[in-house]
Design a protein around this ligand. Sequence first.
Ligand SMILES: NC(=O)c1ccc[n+]([C@@H]2O[C@H](COP(=O)([O-])OP(=O)(O)OC[C@H]3O[C@@H](n4cnc5c(N)ncnc54)[C@H](OP(=O)(O)O)[C@@H]3O)[C@@H](O)[C@H]2O)c1
Length: 327
Amino acid sequence: MTEVSATVADDVSNNATETTGAQAMPVAPRNTGTLAGFTIPRLGMGTMALAIEGRPESRDQAIETIHAALDAGVRYLDTAWSYYLPSKPGTGEPEDMGYGEYLVRDALNSWDGPKDDVLVATKTGWLRTLDNHGHYGWQADARPKTMIANAKESCQRLGVDALDLFYSHCNDPQVPYEDQMGALKELVDAGVAKAVGISRVGNEEIALAREILGDRLVAVQNQFSPVYRDPDGTMDTCERLGLAFVCWSPLGGFLDPFNEHCFDRFREVAAHHGCSHQRVTLAWELARYPRLFTIPSARNPQEIGDSFQAAALDLGTEEIDYLNGVA
Ligand SMILES: NC(=O)c1ccc[n+]([C@@H]2O[C@H](COP(=O)([O-])OP(=O)(O)OC[C@H]3O[C@@H](n4cnc5c(N)ncnc54)[C@H](OP(=O)(O)O)[C@@H]3O)[C@@H](O)[C@H]2O)c1
C-alpha cells in the first residue's frame, strides 16, 4: 500500500524493482512490470487460500506466509471483500467478515520492509454462503450500492484512504454490467479507488468496461493455467488494449478438482531444471505476455518461497513451445 499518485498509466518497465525486503530474491528484469502505478515483480501472491476453506488454523502461520512472500520480493498482494467464511447458514456473520483483508492489513503492519512499495488489490461483488449441509458457496451481489459500500468497508479494513486497485469480482447476472462499471467509475472519480480492474470476464465485458471506464481500467483478472488456457482469447484482447492480464488459480486452484495430466509436460521440464513443476508453470505464464501478472496462493512460507523463484527461472524457447503443446 502506498501514497502513489492516482496515475493509472501502465507502462511496462524493463528495470528490475528494488526489492529491499530481508532476503529478496533476484527477479529477471523481464519479469518486472507496472500495474496501477507500481513497478513491481510480475509474480505476486493471492491470499485466498489463507482466508477461506482449508485456511491454516493458525492465523500466525498465515501472517508468516505473507511475510515470507514479502521477504522473498513479492510486491502484489491480492485479496477480496469475500475472503471469509460464514459461521452459520446464510451469507455471513460479522465476526468472520473481512478475515482476508484484515489478514493482509495485519501482515503489512507487522512487516518491517518497505510497505509503501506493496500494491494491495481487493475485489467486490461476491458474498460467501453456507448451506444447511455445511457446504460453502459464493453468491454474486454487484448492485452499485453494494459495490460502493464494499469499497468503503475494504478501505477501513485495509486501513487506507484509497484502494490501490479495486476489482469487480464477477459479472452479477442480476445487474446490467453498465451499472456495475458505473459504480467502479464513480469510486475512482470520488478517490475511493486509485485504479480498477474486472474479473471473470469475456471479451464483450472487457470492451464495455473499457468504454465506460477508459484509462481507469488497468487490469483483467481471469483464470489461466495449464488446466485452463483462456479459450476465449481474453489475454490477446488485453495485450491489444494495453491492459494487464492477472492469472487467477495459476496453479490450477484448490477448490475444484482438475485433470492432473495437464501438468505432465511441466513435471518433465521441472525434472530437467531440478525444481518444482509449480515453479515451471509460473515461469511459463510469465513468459507469455509482458503485462501478465500471476498470483499463486500459498498456505505456508515454503510454498511461496518456491513459487517466487519462478521470477528468476529462464525457460528456453523450445521448452516454452513444448509446454504450449506445440512441440
Ligand atoms: N478473481 C477470481 O474470481 C479468483 C478466483 C480464484 C482465485 N483468485 C485469486 O488467485 C489466487 C490464486 O489462486 P488459487 O488460490 O485458486 O490457487 P493456485 O494459486 O492455483 O494454487 C493452488 C494451490 O497450489 C499449492 N501450491 C502453491 N504453490 C506451491 C508450490 N510452490 N509447490 C507446491 N504446491 C504449491 C497450494 O496448495 P496447498 O497449500 O494445499 O499445497 C495452493 O493453494 C487466489 O489466492 C486469489 O487471489 C481469484
